[in-house]
Design a binder for this molecule. Structure first.
Ligand SMILES: [Zn+2]
Length: 390
């Protein structure tokens, strides 16, 4: 922990200002604006819990003395972490946990039990409760339990809110050249990344070599690879290309697609652009990257800073060893100079340019409601992308 680059809804302060580090990190935890509900009918214990837990910076503690009151707070969306007694008037702790979980599946729940009920509680609730505290509960136990639950909330929100990214290229190395830095930034933010390569690039080397190179690059990136076998230089803008892209899109349900620009001399690149435009028409965001064969008509309207990810981009391109000796656009100084050039529009020291054709996701411009928007607004990738629009 300590790295606050992952999104979560606990934090309402801007903590993307310093390279994704959270200014509120304390003891390795990001602790901005966490709402804790203590559901406990023993008023002394409830007050003790409130006093101890609310000493943590950024933590607000509410107390409910019966189960229905507690459930109403969960219903209103006011609760990030729940501490509850096992026996409550109105609604037992067991019922409360079950109903609260249905309303907010990611809610971390701590069950407080008397010693005698521990066995029963653990058996009944093992699958529903994240932690048990046996009364009497010490201040130190409350504190360490709160830290663990904060991490849990953070991780669950991050896991539930991440967009899946699909990058589609005609040939091996196309997407790494176009958006290698951006894909690395997505991975660092925890976004699942899938690469679809439509041909094995037999014209540029042996298909076998290029297949192994594609796999090595995907592995380095931590991406899943779909490698198709359309004929190099003869890729169609219609079927089977459209059907392949539709099949992969259905399977992985991406919210962001990156592909070739139509402003490109290579017919395969233009064909893939056209097929992808049709096949991903229901995907929220479609953005086109620059290839070495892009024409001067390539007109990017977004510039994504990739500072911190240029080394990964170079390492990805290194994977394509059969090409690096014969393609000058794969030389590191060329790649870095290109990224450096685009930074004049996007800030930082290195950028990747995009022609954004469609963006209704809320990832690049705010728009989604609820938790997803909050999460995306805190994603470093989204922030980087948002910055480009300025
Ligand atoms: Zn290509």
């Amino acid at each position: 922990m300590g790295d606050c680059s992952r999104p979560h809804r606990l934090r309402t302060l801007d903590c993307t200002g310093s390279g994704g580090r959270c200014p509120l990190i304390e003891g390795g935890l990001c602790v901005g604006d966490l709402r804790v509900l203590v559901a406990e009918d023993d008023r002394d214990l409830a007050e003790f819990a409130r006093t101890v837990l609310s000493r943590r910076p950024g933590v607000t503690v509410m107390v409910a003395t019966d189960g229905r009151e507690a459930l109403a707070a969960v219903d209103r969306g006011d609760v990030d972490v729940l501490f509850t007694d096992i026996e409550m008037p109105g609604l037992t702790g067991l019922d409360l946990v079950g109903q609260a979980r249905r309303r907010d599946p990611g809610l971390p729940v701590v069950m407080m039990t008397a010693h005698a009920s521990v066995d029963y509680a653990i058996t009944a609730l093992r699958s529903q409760v994240d932690e048990f505290l046996v009364k009497p509960v010490s201040a130190a136990q409350f504190r360490s339990c709160l830290d663990a639950m904060t991490t849990l909330r953070h991780d669950r929100d991050a896991a539930g809110a991440r967009p899946t990214v699909l990058a589609i290229g005609a040939h091996p190395d196309d997407v790494e050249i176009g958006v290698g830095g951006l894909l690395a930034a997505h991975r660092a933010a925890g976004d699942p990344v899938v690469i679809l390569t439509l041909s094995r690039g037999a014209r540029g080397g042996t298909a076998d070599d290029r297949q192994h190179e594609s796999l090595a690059a995907a592995e380095l990136l931590g991406a899943r690879l779909f490698l198709e076998d359309l004929e190099d230089t003869r890729i169609s803008a219609a079927d089977p290309t459209v059907s392949i892209v539709e099949r992969v899109t259905r399977e992985i349900d991406p919210s962001i697609v990156y592909t070739h620009s139509v402003h490109d001399r290579h017919q395969d690149h233009r064909a893939v652009h056209q097929a992808v435009s049709v096949a991903t028409r229901r995907v929220a965001t479609l953005a086109c990257f620059q290839s070495p064969s892009a024409t001067v008509d390539f007109q990017p309207n977004r510039f994504v800073p990739i500072d911190g990810f240029t080394d990964t981009k170079l390492a990805l391109l290194e994977c394509f060893g059969s090409q690096t000796g014969i393609r000058d656009y794969l030389e590191p100084d060329f790649v870095l100079a290109t990224a450096r050039y685009w930074s004049r529009f996007g800030g930082g020291r290195s950028c990747e340019p995009l022609e954004v054709l469609r963006d209704t996701s809320g990832l690049i411009s705010p728009g989604r409601s609820g938790r997803t928007t909050a999460a995306h607004e805190h994603s470093p990738t989204a922030t980087a992308t948002e910055r480009m629009t300025a």
